[in-house]
Design a protein around this ligand. Structure first.
Ligand code: AMP
Ligand code: ZN
Ligand code: FE
Ligand code: FE
Length: 282
């Protein structure tokens, strides 16, 4: 009973429209899909309508990049409805910060002597939810780099010459806002949060203590051992071990919906556990 709780559509930096994403999920046999576009809920209504037509359950969500003293902390927020609310009302500010950052990245690339314009990036993204993968795709189309990964390695990743910071919510604040919106905050792909394997326990325990309700254990890019270790840690902390592919369509060409790199299997029971967690917030 395949489920996938981490996906991106063309409303952020995925290549599938919400309808295409749901059709592809149905073709993969999925029963539940969470749409988790970065910083916005723009695709939720369309995805939900398509999911209804395909007999799939749609969990509305988003993925936020939050301020945290160490690495890149991403927070998945589940059951966040496209409506007004404490977290929803902050999303416009995050989108403004993203737009401002995107302009600075393009300017930095221009300063490095690269022929790229913001118009080209907007055209690549079809005008919405613009992110670094779109900039990477323009660099690839122009022959500046061979592929998207190379664009990050050479220019766009943190520490590379065109990297620019953007406005983020603080980790604690983001968790509080999510819960106040009756939505379930989950630490995404915890291997990017900037702690060594030995320190995971402490970092994730801290997360649980401030209200994080899940840890993404079943992630495409993790080995079976890592998934099992993270799931055991989630159990110890009394939070849900969630999972998903982080599908982006052609922007992450080696990741498929539902199965990730081929070996991903997110337990269907995760869906009920997340729903139970959500009910405690009502
Ligand atoms: P942004 O939200 O615009 O800062 O872009 C973040 C997105 O870029 C992530 O969700 C990934 O899809 C993608 N990304 C980040 N780092 C890399 C990388 N090293 N290689 C390929 N894609 C990446
Ligand atoms: Zn992304
Ligand atoms: Fe992420
Ligand atoms: Fe993601």
């Amino acid at each position: 009973m395949p489920v996938d709780l981490h996906t991106h559509s063309s409303c952020s930096d995925g290549s599938d429209s919400p309808e295409e994403l749901i059709a592809n999920a149905a073709a993969a046999g999925a029963t539940t899909i969470a749409l988790t576009d970065h910083d916005n809920l723009n695709g939720i209504d369309r995805a939900r309508a398509a999911a209804g037509a395909h007999g799939i359950e749609l969990i509305p969500g988003t993925e936020l990049s939050v301020r945290w003293e160490r690495g890149a902390m991403h927070l998945l927020v589940y059951f966040l409805e496209p409506a007004t609310g404490p977290l929803q009302d902050r999303l416009a500010q995050l989108q403004d910060g993203r737009a401002d950052r995107n302009l600075r990245v393009v300017r930095a690339l221009q300063d490095l002597g690269i022929d790229i314009t913001y118009d080209e990036v907007e055209r690549e993204a079809q005008g919405q939810g613009i992110g670094r993968p779109h900039i990477a795709a323009v660099l690839m189309a122009k022959g500046v780099v061979p592929d998207i990964a190379a664009a990050f390695d050479a220019y766009l990743a943190k520490g590379r010459p065109a990297y620019q910071e953007r406005y983020r919510l603080d980790f604690v604040e983001a968790v509080e806002l999510a819960r106040a919106s009756e939505a379930v905050p989950v630490i995404a792909h915890p291997h990017t949060i900037g702690v060594s394997a030995d320190d995971y326990g402490a970092a994730l325990r801290y997360g649980a203590s401030i209200g994080v309700m899940g840890i993404e254990a079943h992630y495409s890019e993790y080995s079976p051992d890592t998934r099992a270790a993270l799931a055991a840690l989630a159990d110890d902390l009394g939070v849900v071990a969630t999972g998903g592919s982080d599908y982006h369509g052609t922007y992450k060409p080696d990741i498929d919906l539902v199965v990730g790199r081929g070996d991903l299997a997110v337990p269907e029971a995760v869906v009920d556990r997340l729903a139970e967690a959500q009910r405690t917030l009502e």
